[in-house]
Design a protein around this ligand. Sequence first.
Ligand SMILES: Cc1ncc(COP(=O)(O)O)c(C=O)c1O
Length: 404
Amino acid sequence: MTTASVNPPPRLLMGPGPITADPRVLRAMSAQLVGQYDPAMTSYMNETMELYRHVFRTSNEQTLLVDGTSRAGIEAALVSLLEPGDRVLVPVFGRFGHLLAEIGERCGAEVHTIETPWGTVFTPEQVEEAVLAVRPKVLAVVHGDTATTMCQPLDDLGEICRRHDVLLYCDATATLGGNRFETDGWDVDVASAGLQKCLGGPSGSAPITIGSRAVRVIEGRRHVEAGIAESGDVGRGVRIASNYLDLAQIIDYWGPRRLNHHTEATTMLYGARECARLLVDEGVDVAVERHRLHGAAMLAGVQGLGLQVFGDVAHKMHNVVAVHIPDGVDGDRTRAGLLTDFGIEIGTSFGPLHGKVWRIGTMGHNARKDAVLVTLAALEQVLRAAGVPVTAGAGVGAAQEVYA
Ligand SMILES: Cc1ncc(COP(=O)(O)O)c(C=O)c1O
């Protein structure tokens, strides 16, 4: 059998993520491997921890990478915090809230949810009322739900959790680096993310930060693997149900003891480190402002094309907008036209929104003026081909006004 080498077609990924990776991240990922305990490698690990402290805006010592896509970070957090029978409260405002609830169930936790219609977010009062009714150990909340584009304000939730002695876990996969996220400022106990959105890398590594209250809970469940445990390593508490995602062991691996756990995914670490290095070099606030600007230009552009924006725009993430697919337009066919004729990918959504909205992202490496304008110009063409009456140049023109 003969197969050609990998040579993907040129694409501009303007969907909800993954996005076109920053070439500098890909270059870092082509570097040669070193051994797991090589001093060069352990320095890269320490630097990665420090860089992500800046990205997450935290002084948490335990800021590291979980190997795997974003959901590996989510599962690591929840399986390490939740014992069977523990109560977890999940405010659901889109697909990824359902994911948190499902993972909580798989941990054997007693899962309680509150729901708000897709396209809206919760008020702090709604969340506090549920916290009082459920008295959970953990409040698990998505920051930006990519399925709906909504961004749940978190600034009051940490304080509510502290007051009621609840741990706050946040899924910042879709928002980190492109929207304000203050781990320490908002009293978030654990937050995790992925690289493939605003961080401008490929999926496959999940940065996570764990505050001292959560570390205490995790350390209280520490069981070192039999084959490597030493005399002082006496198991404590209820053992974490996953070995691979056991944050107690992962913390030991990243810490000064360097206790062997998994074989670190070196190439992903190079990529994750470069994503954070680029962000810190740019300035986290500057990167957030860049996402705000290009997100605003894309929003104006799609409105200029006459498309109806989905959801509560005041609570939209900077980096993605959802628009209703116009009546009579075949959404998938139009997206396919955009891909084949222009090399541009946009997304549809999930569940109740599948086939009803398109989601257009401006994130990471693609939060750029040229990417926004080219996407709007191409969208105008495919809309016209689908029979939608569009004023020539209306999308690009509206975006240009934002840039003026
Ligand atoms: C908010 C959110 N959480 C979790 C995930 C799951 O991430 P992954 O596919 O990297 O496991 C995604 C993916 O789009 C997401 O947007």
